[in-house]
Ligand binder design. Structure first.
Ligand SMILES: Nc1ncnc2c1ncn2[C@@H]1O[C@H](COP(=O)(O)OP(=O)(O)O)[C@@H](O)[C@H]1O
Ligand SMILES: [Mg+2]
Length: 551
């Protein structure tokens, strides 16, 4: 005898399908089930979006009255058994239809399954068609509710230029996901990925012994470049930016100044041009006042110029984080040397398909943001320049700039902010794709991010998000329907995610690899990673066909 089905379709309509579960069977939110319409040789794939109770009672409120009887017996120390339990008590799986798989492959469902169609758990075979739509950068396995289905899920490097968002409450697995993405990017070697790490957790896993970092990737030696101010054992360079690369807006945006101080900055910029910071740093206060006066006819107080000068000077030689006033200083971020900057070297690494990690964890926040802004602008500018020359532009790969705490630089505009210029990151979100430059915003509070920017993200990874407002913002901006997955998103455990993009026929549930385990499988080259299951090449450098768009 064949095993009984998981359940049978009971009805509803083309937007929601209900099925009654067999006695003793159970389903979880987010599980993908298959309604096998054998008569039509079609398999309907359905996503469980809710689970309800059902009863066959003889009279109204039978279930409540039965519970009342049970409670009464409980008080008396007696047991009460519901007769014909298997017939009378059941559960209903409420499903959103995903589509059908039939002879012509996968398509959206325009019909409903026949009455009482048998429902079973979807198998890896049912879902195998999805592997046609996966990119070359593996991140996890397909998931169905709490079950892991051994089909690799990833994104294409082409998606880098179309922006990616990674959103989850703290502890739900954002950093782990980013490390998996970086390891896959290193393996592929075909796309540039810049990681800005303010928490210092990507290089070696943040110092916890059981955690690993990017340096542990088997491809790190050839494809990872590290910039940091920390003392780390492997090859790395110091973070340095030439003072000539810093523009007026950068400083005004990142530090708080009084009106008089802002005016001093404006006029220093217009008087000294690109030498403005070096001049503010090197010249004494009296000469600064005199030179600005000569150029602009404006008079400044010594104290105002003094404050501006001392704050700018800290960028050339900063007090150590946590050190007392007048205590130890460390080398500053800015260099007076025009040629001494990391931007050129970083861009060339990215353009040769490398992963670049800039660990800004020992910098002050404004220094960290300054490096990020200068790098992002340089990357966009260089790609824009290359755009004019189709041959040169054709050679450069997609580059993505990933940063944690993205809400800081993609802030939602408030009334009155209309005149505030966009940050370079918001600009890239808007215009970067044409120039093959994208951003990857990682944040625990998407509700603080400008919604228009979120709508520019083609790929959204949503992990467990506790806050309703955060979920609502993503549902608005996503390229696929996430609203029906609200219940599931609320119940996601660490590492359980949903990826929504126009490249797959529906938003996919995935179990992100635990980074440490993923490294082990990358090291055993024969392991079932994306590259080996697809074209057989172990280093992933082969060309693979691009996944098409769905949305
Ligand atoms: N894919 C996963 N598989 C297993 N455990 C995970 C996974 N992702 C995260 N975790 C667990 O959750 C913890 C927090 O993950 P982390 O990536 O640091 O979260 P976040 O960056 O969102 O705060 C990890 O230390 C790990 O124990
Ligand atoms: Mg984190």
């Amino acid at each position: 005898m064949q095993a009984p089905p998981l359940g049978r379709i009971t009805g509803r309509d083309s937007t929601k399908l209900h099925f009654r579960l067999s006695p003793g069977e159970d389903v979880a939110l987010g599980e993908i089930v298959a309604a096998d319409d054998r008569a039509r040789r079609t398999i309907f794939l359905l996503r469980v979006v809710n689970v309800e109770y059902g009863y066959e009672g003889e009279y109204e409120k039978w279930e409540e009255r039965t519970a009342g009887k049970m409670l009464h017996h409980d008080r008396m120390g007696e047991t009460f058994e519901v007769t014909e339990k298997e017939r009378r008590l059941y559960k209903i799986g409420v499903c959103a239809p995903l589509g059908c798989v039939g002879e012509g492959g996968f398509r959206k469902a325009k019909r409903v399954p026949s009455h009482f169609t048998e429902v079973r758990k979807a198998s890896a075979e049912d879902l195998a068609f999805l592997s046609l739509h996966m990119g070359d950068l593996e991140i996890g396995h397909l998931r169905s509710g709490e079950d892991v289905i051994p089909l690799p899920v990833g994104i294409s490097g082409k998606a880098f230029a179309h922006h990616v968002g990674v959103f989850a409450t703290t502890g739900m697995g954002k950093s782990n996901l980013m490390k998996c993405l970086a390891a896959s990017a290193m393996k592929s070697g075909r796309h540039g990925l810049l990681l800005l790490d303010p928490h210092g957790e990507y290089y070696d896993g943040g110092g916890e012994s059981e955690k690993k970092g990017l340096r542990d990737s088997p491809h790190a030696a050839s494809r990872l470049t590290v910039y940091t101010m920390r003392n780390v054992p492997s090859a790395h360079s110091k973070i340095k930016v030439s003072a000539y690369e810093v523009q007026l807006e950068d400083i005004k945006e990142l530090m708080e100044f009084s009106d008089a101080q802002r005016e001093t900055l404006d006029l220093a910029w217009s008087t000294f041009g690109e030498e403005w910071l070096v001049t503010l740093y090197r010249k004494d206060i009296a000469s600064l006042i005199q030179e600005i006066r000569a150029a602009t006819k404006r008079e400044f107080r010594e104290s105002t110029v003094g404050i501006v000068k001392s704050r700018v000077s800290r960028l050339f030689g900063a007090p150590r984080k946590g050190a007392k006033k007048g205590g130890a200083t460390r080398e500053g971020l800015l260099s007076e040397d025009r040629g001494l900057s990391i931007t050129g070297a970083i861009i060339s690494k990215l353009h040769s398909g490398g992963v670049v990690l800039v660990d800004t964890s020992s910098l002050y926040e404004f220094e960290e943001l300054l490096v990020s802004v200068v790098l992002a602008r340089a990357i966009l500018d260089q790609s824009k320049e290359a755009y004019g020359d189709p041959e040169e532009f054709g050679k450069i790969p997609e580059v993505m700039i990933a940063f944690e705490e993205a809400q800081r630089v993609l802030r939602k505009k408030r009334p009155g902010d209309e005149k505030v210029p966009d940050t370079i990151f918001a600009r890239i979100a808007r215009e970067g794709r044409k120039f093959k430059v994208g951003i990857c915003a990682v944040s625990q509070q998407p509700k603080l991010i400008e919604p228009e920017v979120i709508s520019q993200f083609n790929t959204l990874f949503v992990l467990g998000l506790a806050d309703r407002m955060d979920r609502a913002i993503l549902e608005e901006g996503a390229k696929q329907d996430l609203a029906t997955m609200e219940n599931e998103i609320q119940s996601l455990m660490p590492g359980e995610a949903i990826v929504s993009s126009p490249y797959t026929p529906f938003a996919l549930p995935l179990m992100v690899h635990r980074y440490e385990e993923f490294l082990t499988s990358l090291k055993e080259l024969a392991g079932p990673t994306l590259a080996s299951t697809r074209n057989g090449a172990a280093d992933g450098t082969e060309t693979r066909r691009d996944p098409g768009f769905y949305a």
